[in-house]
Design a protein around this ligand. Structure first.
Ligand SMILES: [Cu+2]
Length: 337
């Protein structure tokens, strides 16, 4: 109710201001002043106002950057992430230089070249070949550098992973991610969607393929060793999902019916990142960034980057998927979580 009254008060104030302006205009017309034309005093004050506005705007902008600098993502925690950040920064530097110069000139000229009695007409300057050439060639070179830089990074991100990369599958479905490690043979076993069984075989692994026998399925978290190339195969069960690692600056779509891949080398362990962030509970995260349904907002996975030894120790506590199923069907203890 109070809110409504405030809105009404604001609306009435705006109407009042318009009415006051109208009264001022009418009384000036009666007094014989020509208020439709700006005089020299108006030009000067508008010019000064332009200058004050642009300087105030710059101060505000710089304040925003300083104020929210620490709320941005921390330092990139992967090899490609660093290159990606450099490219991003390179773009920002160019944008800021051009933005500050052109925006300042736009407002400064309104102040500097305001119409006065001494300077009544604008200088007519229709064409300059040299200037045209400069402002065509310089941005072209800058854009070419950005595009080539970007394409080389994209190539590095999407090219085939090296043979000794650790193969992991991320399986996306509404609304979670399941991880599959390829085991000792570093080969992911074949899957078939017809074999999917939520209780025993959530990824539809085909037991006739031997390379899948040592595959380990993990729910709830993704562990990776630091310093080793990770090759992630992404699959989706139902609709399109996104596989976005903000800390590694990596993202790819997970599309039903096909496999997509990404590879990178994690460079900072979770422990080191916690030290960097001065936060003992800081965690990397994997999030779905394609709106995939009602539970999309909650589709994420905790990511842990371990040392090599930590990772091996952790993985050793997990039981391969088929062993777990066999134990279950033979009435044995199920160790897999
Ligand atoms: Cu999703």
């Amino acid at each position: 109710m109070i809110k409504l009254l405030v809105y009404i008060a604001i609306a009435l104030t705006v109407v009042l201001l318009f009415q006051l302006m109208r009264i001022y205009q009418l009384s000036s017309e009666i007094k014989g002043k020509n208020i439709g034309m700006a005089n020299e005093k108006d030009n000067r004050s508008q010019g000064r106002a332009s200058l004050i506005f642009v300087l105030g705007f710059f101060i505000f902008l710089i304040w925003l950057i300083v104020r929210f600098k620490d709320d941005m993502l921390p330092v990139a925690a992967s090899d490609v992430g660093k290159t990606s950040d450099n490219l991003f920064m390179f773009n920002w530097v160019i944008i800021f230089i051009v933005f500050f110069i052109t925006t300042f000139m736009l407002f400064f000229f309104a102040y500097k070249y305001a119409k006065t009695a001494k300077n009544p007409t604008a200088y007519f300057y229709p064409h300059n070949d040299k200037l045209e050439l400069i402002w065509t060639v310089v941005p072209s070179i800058a854009l070419a550098v950005i595009v080539i830089y970007g394409l080389s990074l994209w190539g590095k991100m999407t090219e085939k992973a090296s043979d000794n990369a650790l193969n992991i599958q991320l399986y996306a479905k509404q609304f979670d991610f399941t991880v599959r490690y390829s085991g000792a043979d570093n080969k992911l076993g074949v899957t078939n969607y017809k074999m999917i069984d939520d209780a025993t075989n959530p990824l539809g692994m085909d037991s006739t393929d031997k390379s899948g026998w040592d595959d380990v399925v993990v729910h709830g978290e993704l562990h990776m060793p630091v310093g080793r190339e990770i090759n992630i195969q992404c699959n989706a069960r139902d609709v399109m999902h996104g596989m976005y690692f903000p800390h590694f600056r990596e993202q790819i779509n997970c599309v039903p019916g096909m496999s997509t891949y990404m590879h990178f080398v994690p460079t900072i362990t979770t422990d080191s990142m916690r030290t960097i962030m001065h936060d003992t509970a800081y965690d990397y995260i994997l999030v779905c960034n394609r709106v995939c349904g009602s539970g999309h907002y909650n589709m994420f996975l905790k990511v842990v980057v371990d040392t090599k030894a930590q990772f091996e120790k952790w993985l050793a506590t997990k039981t391969p998927q088929f062993d777990a199923i066999n134990k279950r069907s033979h009435g044995g203890a199920v160790t897999m979580k």
